[in-house]
Design a protein. Structure first.
Length: 367
């Protein structure tokens, strides 16, 4: 029997605050997307709302963008979306660099921590998309009119190539503690936290679980077993699937997707718990805010959109009633650690500087 999808109300106590910035790899896509006279939220009587160009910054996985946008394409064929796909860290850097001359109209599917940084700089325009009252308060900005709203939550997971480990007569690890055992030396890849949100989420998670002193001692030992630190959060799962580095610390849904494609992998959610983040949306503050931007943000939390997100994520910010996708823990909330965003954000620069000084030598070169 399929596990029941998590109700967002259950998560409220889990969400102290979130952690993560992340990943470099930029892709510019131009997508002609669709329209109809029936929006999930916005009044579409005005042509200006359903025509024109929008620039959308997103950190959503590249292979998920077009499937997600299919219903928008059907409903709004006269809105052209210029999709700029990059990592959360790159999106953050772009937004900050463009503060005085913003290029994006909306941000879609970017880590909440990134949007908190942008909001602190006065770069977001408060907007409550239609239907946002259904989103649990823990998953959106706490102002009366929110500057950002979440769409789904993702968690870290370890992708393991079971065939490779079986061939080497090595057991499948079940915890972070297992990963520092000598038999795994040279078999593990992990994202660099300076470039990857998943990487920073992992480092921050270890600090929150173990305490700072023990976490750095642990990472010293883990470093000895690391074969490579990757630039992106999904790369370790892909490397595990290929067998190059059969154990990849990544985010759970990427490994689950690879298993579904037939690769000999399992996704292990560590016994100590998984760190997690929220993909979130926001309206960028600028002199001329396009009405079509609000149409997009309304759609982005619509039932159609949420049903698409729920195919990849165990937790969506509006309950769809759909089952938890196969491969995730039956109760994802029990797997999720309590995140402390304030601490992670406050200490991020110091943590990254220390990590780079100690471990950056094993990071792959940017392509």
């Amino acid at each position: 029997m399929a596990a029941k999808r998590c109700c967002i109300g259950e998560v409220k106590m889990k969400f102290k605050k979130l952690v993560s910035l992340g990943v470099l790899s930029t892709l510019l896509l131009s997508v002609i997307t669709g329209c109809s006279t029936d929006s999930s939220g916005s009044d579409s009587k005005s042509d200006s709302k359903t025509k024109g160009d929008l620039t959308v910054y997103t950190a959503i996985e590249e292979d998920s963008i077009e499937p997600y946008l299919a219903t928008f394409k059907e409903k709004y064929p006269d809105i052209k979306l210029n999709i700029v796909r990059a990592s959360t860290g790159d999106i953050t850097a772009r937004l900050l660099a463009e503060k005085d001359n913003p290029q994006a109209d909306v941000v879609w599917g970017v880590a909440a921590t990134s949007l908190l940084v942008a909001d602190d700089q006065g770069m977001l325009e408060p907007y409550a998309p239609k239907g946002s009252e259904e989103i649990e308060s823990a998953f959106k900005d706490d102002k009366e009119v929110p500057s950002w709203v979440g769409i789904d939550a993702w968690m870290t997971g370890i992708t393991v190539n079971t065939k490779e480990l079986s061939d080497k007569n090595i057991p499948v690890p079940s915890s972070y503690e297992d990963l520092i055992k000598p038999e795994y030396k040279g078999l593990i890849s992990m994202p660099n936290p300076a470039s990857s949100g998943t990487g920073y989420l992992t480092v921050s998670e270890l600090i929150q679980i173990m305490g700072e002193e023990k976490a750095w001692q642990y990472m010293d030992k883990l470093h000895k077993n690391i074969g490579v630190y990757t630039q992106s959060g999904s790369a370790p799962a892909i490397l595990a699937a290929s067998g190059e580095y059969p154990i990849g610390i990544s985010f759970g849904n990427r490994g689950i997707k690879l298993k579904g494609e037939g690769y000999p992998v399992e996704v292990v959610f560590p016994k100590e718990g998984s760190g997690w983040e929220i993909e979130s949306n926001a309206l960028v503050k600028k002199d001329n805010i396009k009405e079509a931007s609000k149409v997009f943000l309304d759609w982005a939390i619509s039932k159609d959109a949420m049903n698409e997100y729920s195919k990849n994520f165990a937790v969506t910010t509006i309950d769809t009633g759909n089952p938890v996708p196969e491969g995730f823990p039956k109760n994802p909330l029990e797997q999720m650690i309590d995140n402390d965003l304030k601490s992670a954000a406050r200490n991020r620069e110091a943590i990254l500087n220390k990590w780079i000084e100690k471990y950056d030598g094993k990071t792959e070169k940017e392509s």
